[in-house]
Write a protein that binds this ligand. Structure first.
Ligand code: PMP
Length: 414
């Protein structure tokens, strides 16, 4: 690991939490340079919904490269981009009755978030944005401002300006409807809140600790946005792409957001991010929000193949089946160690094992790593063990990984 310590910035994080030098991977398994195998329950923080090096995707990419396909083309029209747009329209948007235009942003999730915030402000001519407690939208300055964890912020970033935070569903306890609270703030001139251009929200908070918003809450949020002429931005970067059992995480609530940010698994593991916006919101002038990497054609090739998993219902059903299995097993494990006071929350194949005692989730992750499992923590206090495997994970690997978690917890309570 010496070269990493010598050359790479101190900012690196996963080098420290997962101290191995990884080399090859396939599906839900990773191997370090000595051939030690790890089961991957982290899946690139939700980027590998279709697994590592999925042959359907890699074969298409290899073929494209062998044919001399254009890899970098700025945002020029290409055959690869055409195929992706056609697939997105025909396989994802049209069957769901969703009409969106697509804006390719820079390649990371934050780029899509920045784009959404800028466009909303430009359209509404208002600067305030509302975000929620425990929300995570990225760490560049605009996205950081709507990220609800002060550990990432410093006063000097100006990251408190033009953003108001409101309590997410459940934040004030089960009995408090936080949308009523938000309505009161917007109606009452004494609340001091500026009418926002947009509200940005995750339907299931990933980094924030696997907090699931209820269907009623999401519907009420949409109604409120319509009433007050506020744009609704769903950040589906982590829990979109099928993670919760439907392609878009908001489908379960039957809502129709004004904008949707997508990244991570949309590129099938390659860097790619985009903003979906209702057609009337595409008020950009040509060249008004550009950048160099807005069309990774290799990612378009992978992404088009990845979307073919949505040609039928099989993947959605597999997510339901494996999500239920994961949930049940986690509930069994939580009950096995009553001294830990653990509980389970999540939706589909994003589940969290809440371990309220300080440090336990992190120690479990570290112990599990020595036993060959990559699993990360989430939540403001890192108290949630986050289960985010590939949607295609084989059932036996899912069980094997869960067994490692169980063994690791057993070691900790000894
Ligand atoms: N939004 C959400 C919901 C995320 O989970 C993340 C990344 N964890 C981001 C935005 C930022 O994406 P990126 O790290 O690719 O910039």
């Amino acid at each position: 690991m010496r070269i990493f310590e010598e050359m790479e910035s101190e900012v690196r994080g996963y080098v420290r939490s997962f101290p191995a030098i990884f080399h090859v991977a396939r599906g839900s398994e990773m191997f370090d340079e000595h051939g030690k195998r790890y089961i991957d329950f982290f899946a690139g923080a939700g980027t590998l919904n279709y697994g590592h090096n999925n042959p359907l995707l890699t074969d298409a990419m290899i073929q494209y490269l062998q044919e001399g396909g254009i890899v970098h083309g700025l945002d020029k029209a290409t055959v690869a981009k055409r195929a992706f747009l056609t697939k997105l329209r025909d396989t994802i948007l049209a069957p769901r009755n969703l009409q969106y235009k697509v804006q390719f942003t820079g390649p990371t999730g934050t780029n899509a978030v920045e784009t959404a915030l800028k466009l909303a402000r430009m359209i509404k001519r208002r600067s305030n944005i509302i975000s929620f407690t425990n929300g995570y939208h990225g760490l560049t300055l605009g996205a950081l401002a709507v990220t609800g964890n002060y550990d990432y912020k410093d006063e000097s970033y100006g990251s408190r300006s033009n953003v108001a935070f409101m309590p997410y569903d459940g934040y004030l306890g089960e009995d408090v409807n936080t949308i009523d609270y938000l309505r009161l703030f917007l109606e009452d001139g004494s609340s001091g809140i500026d009418l926002p251009a947009a509200i940005i929200v995750e339907t299931v908070q990933g980094e924030g600790g696997i907090n699931v918003a209820s269907i009623e809450w999401l519907k009420a949020l949409e109604t409120l946005c319509r009433e007050f002429d506020i744009l609704l931005i769903i950040d589906d970067i982590q829990v979109g792409n099928g993670r919760t059992g439907t392609f878009f995480s908001f489908e379960r609530a039957g809502i129709y957001p004004d904008m949707v940010t997508l990244s991570k698994s949309i590129g099938g593991g390659l860097p790619m991010a985009l903003l979906l916006m209702r057609p009337e919101l595409d008020q950009w002038q040509p060249g008004e929000h550009t950048g160099t990497f807005r069309g990774n054609n290799l990612a378009f090739i992978a992404a088009t193949q990845a979307l073919s998993y949505w040609d039928n219902d099989d993947l959605a059903q597999a997510v339901k089946y494996k999500g239920d299995l994961l949930r049940k097993e986690l509930e069994r494990i939580a009950a096995k160690f009553p001294e830990l006071g653990a509980s389970v929350r999540g939706l589909g194949m994003v589940q969290g094992l809440v371990l309220p005692q300080t440090g336990v989730a992190g120690e479990t992750s570290a112990e599990a790593f020595t036993r060959g499992l990559v699993i990360e923590t989430a939540g403001a206090n890192d108290h949630v063990l986050k289960f985010l495997p590939s949607l295609l994970i084989e059932e036996d690997l899912l069980h094997e990984g869960l067994e490692i978690v169980e063994q690791s917890l057993a070691v900790l309570v000894e």
